[in-house]
Ligand binder design. Structure first.
Ligand SMILES: [Zn+2]
Length: 232
């Protein structure tokens, strides 16, 4: 079982600790940046870029793209690009790859096609998904899209006061053999794209949550692979 780890909503207070832990354990990954969070946690964001982590665009204010116009969507993406370009140049690091992920995986509803064309035209990099063998990945058009979706969602962002969702529910998801949605993380010969978040709120509820998930993956034989990109 192989997996590519992606971590959304960068940056946060907790970001340097996440970077250090994953680096120490040789787990490659991609961050997807929420532009406003990069401004809020600027030093933490700079730390990750200087460490060579690839930072993708995840919009500026993290809206539902199906609830905004195409033009507003473009502005969201452009504003985050500007924040990221400034961040890389301040760090003195060349920005080699520009993957994109829609907030909530919301591909824009009626504007979906136009947004895909826009992403292609602007030269966003598609994360190589050719090893994903799920039929539904192709059937739902995910193999053709430029943006970065996922096959497995830890859903740890649901761990919140009074939500009734606990860290044990995450472990249950991780060990599900036939999940209703998405891929089975620990299925032999699987290749999954994993979705995790750099949320300080989760860290407050469950300190070192990300370490506990990654350790469980490693203990169960998941091999974390480096991201590759397809340029269209
Ligand atoms: Zn997000």
């Amino acid at each position: 079982m192989r997996a590519l780890l992606t971590i959304d909503d960068f940056s946060s207070k907790n970001t340097p600790a996440i970077v250090d832990y994953l680096e120490k354990n040789k787990v490659p990954f991609i961050f997807f940046a929420w532009g406003q969070n990069v401004e809020r946690y600027h030093e933490e964001a700079l730390y990750a870029v200087k460490k060579g982590i690839i930072i993708g665009n995840h919009s500026y204010t993290h809206p539902q793209f199906s609830s905004i116009s195409f033009e507003e969507g473009v502005k969201e993406i452009e504003k985050c690009e500007e924040v990221l370009n400034n961040l890389y140049s301040e760090a003195g690091v060349e920005r080699k790859y520009r993957p994109f992920r829609f907030p909530y995986g919301d591909k824009g509803g009626a504007n979906k096609e136009k947004l895909q064309e826009y992403l292609a035209k602007q030269g966003f990099d598609k994360v190589d998904d050719t090893d994903i063998k799920y039929e539904w990945w192709k059937e739902q058009g995910l193999a053709a899209d430029i943006d970065t979706f996922w096959t497995f969602d830890f859903a740890e962002y649901n761990i919140r006061p009074n939500s009734g969702f606990t860290i044990d529910d995450v472990f249950k998801r991780m060990h599900e053999e036939n999940p209703v949605n998405g891929g089975a993380l620990l299925k032999p010969d699987s290749y999954n794209m994993l979705l995790l978040h750099a949320h300080d709120e989760t860290e407050e509820m469950e300190p070192l949550y990300y370490q506990r998930f990654i350790e469980d993956c490693l203990a169960n034989g998941v091999e974390f692979v480096a991201p590759r990109f397809i340029r269209r």
